[in-house]
Design a protein around this ligand. Structure first.
Ligand SMILES: Cc1cc2nc3c(=O)[nH]c(=O)nc-3n(C[C@H](O)[C@H](O)[C@H](O)COP(=O)(O)OP(=O)(O)OC[C@H]3O[C@@H](n4cnc5c(N)ncnc54)[C@H](O)[C@@H]3O)c2cc1C
Length: 406
């Protein structure tokens, strides 16, 4: 293959793995450095499981700041804000507020939609080529609206009626009987029949297995760091020792910000903490389609015989220790919405940090270093955008002049 490179990817989450898979299938020699001995252990571990290709509108939108203010004082709020004496947090929040207007939201939503849909097509190819089982299904996604005005607005904004339909409460109950008892509480729903679900951790594992069968791939366990190198290059170190490579792709989720700092690159990433619960409540309570309770911002997905529930955006809590109060609030919301789902009392709680940019658009591309590329900042949509982002990165690599990167 012309232009074959040795490429090092830092990060074995869903973004690093999809990037590795795209590059190795293109014929490059790829090393993936991951600090854990297995993949998908951080934000990609127990996320909501939604491949919601049609629901990629960024959180930053007109009116969201007003809504968020209301949420902050509401019990069981989808958003919690802990303001800190941290200039990075303030800068991120200001940039977020700046992006909260209709025009910016529309522009960014269209960028995300392109990325998502290109990934959906590519994922089908990966599956056709025998990618291992990750509990993938295409059951469609149903977004339930309690507030009538919000539902009307959502119904008006359906742009592709072939692929999204506004449903009455009774139609919602037919599409997803597990949530039928909400019929009296909702105003309607939007159904996107082509959206998918899967287990992100199993997807990471399936990718690692597929990569292991590729002669050009190497998994390297260790702690990577970046430093200024000779000329206009950055240097990779593995556990403190030099690690030779033509190109480097930084795809280390929220840790990318710290990794890029010694290079003078100030990535606008903030860790938005979220929670999930995984349980086995019996078939009647495991939804077939993936469901979003829009007003509570809680998502429900059936992954095999398990129910995965995910929610909450906690700003200013940049660690992954589950907060018992927030977990209690999430359990209460699930118990109200899907009674019986948590009755066994054996649900597995998890918390992770969404590596979020203020605009919701990930940073995929080159840097001022000739040999350094970024694939970071996928926020609340990393699973959905992962395959498309790997593909985009591969196209960018194809456009790099080998002589320029040595
Ligand atoms: C509660 C919750 C629910 C979510 N639900 C959904 C959903 O339903 N659908 C969806 O599309 N997205 C969802 N997301 C978002 C999605 O999970 C993330 O965007 C995605 O997992 C980010 O992947 P990543 O590879 O960038 O980061 P990570 O998965 O965090 O991977 C980064 C990797 O880099 C490694 N690393 C870090 N530093 C170093 C170093 N110095 N050396 C070597 N390795 C290093 C880490 O160990 C880690 O494995 C959710 C997120 C949360 C928190």
């Amino acid at each position: 293959m012309a232009g074959r490179r040795t490429i090092t990817i830092i990060g074995g989450g869903v973004i690093g793995l999809t990037t590795a898979y795209a590059l190795v299938r293109e014929g490059h020699d790829v090393s993936l450095i991951e600090r854990h001995d297995c993949v998908g252990q951080d934000a990609s571990f127990a996320n909501g499981g939604q491949l919601s290709y049609r629901y990629v509108s960024p959180l930053a939108d007109a009116g969201i700041a007003r809504d968020a203010l209301g949420w902050l004082f509401r019990p069981k709020s989808p958003i919690a804000l802990r303001v800190k004496a941290d200039p990075h947090q303030w800068r991120w929040l200001l940039a977020f507020l700046f992006a909260c207007n209709r025009r910016t939201n529309r522009r960014n939503a269209s960028i995300l939609l392109d990325l998502a849909l290109s990934g959906q097509v590519e994922l089908q190819k990966y599956r056709d080529d025998g990618l291992g089982n990750f509990l993938w299904r295409r059951p469609g996604k149903l977004v339930l609206y309690r507030n009538a005005a919000t539902f009307r607005k959502a119904a008006r904004s359906v742009s592709d009626p072939e692929r999204q339909r506004a449903l009455s409460p009774s139609e919602c109950a037919e599409v997803e009987p597990a949530f039928a008892r909400l019929r009296e509480q909702i105003s309607g729903g939007i159904f996107s029949p082509e959206d998918e679900v899967g287990d992100c951790f199993l997807f990471c594992t399936a990718l690692r297995e597929a990569l292991a069968a590729e002669p050009g791939f190497r998994f390297v366990q260790g702690d990577a760091t970046l430093a200024n190198g000779p000329g206009n290059r950055c240097a990779v170190r593995l556990d403190g020792r030099p690690f030779e490579t033509d190109l480097v792709v930084l795809a280390a989720g929220i840790a990318s910000r710290k990794l890029a700092q010694p290079l003078g690159i100030n990535l606008p990433l903030y860790g938005l903490k979220g929670y999930s619960l995984t349980t086995q409540p019996g078939p009647a309570l495991v939804p077939s389609v993936s469901v979003t309770d829009y007003d509570n911002r809680v998502v429900y997905a059936g992954l095999g015989d398990r129910l995965r529930v995910a929610a909450m955006v906690d700003i200013g809590s940049e660690n992954t220790a589950p907060d018992p109060k927030r977990l209690g609030e999430l359990r209460a919301l699930v118990a109200e919405t899907l009674p019986g789902a948590l009755d066994q009392g054996d649900d597995k709680p998890w918390a992770g940090l969404r590596p979020a940019t203020p605009t919701g658009v990930p940073i995929i591309g080159r840097t001022r270093y000739d040999n350094l590329l970024l694939n970071v900042g996928h926020g609340a949509l990393g699973f959905t955008l992962s395959v498309g982002s790997g593909l985009r990165l591969k196209e960018i690599v194809a456009g790099i002049d080998t002589r320029a990167v040595g």
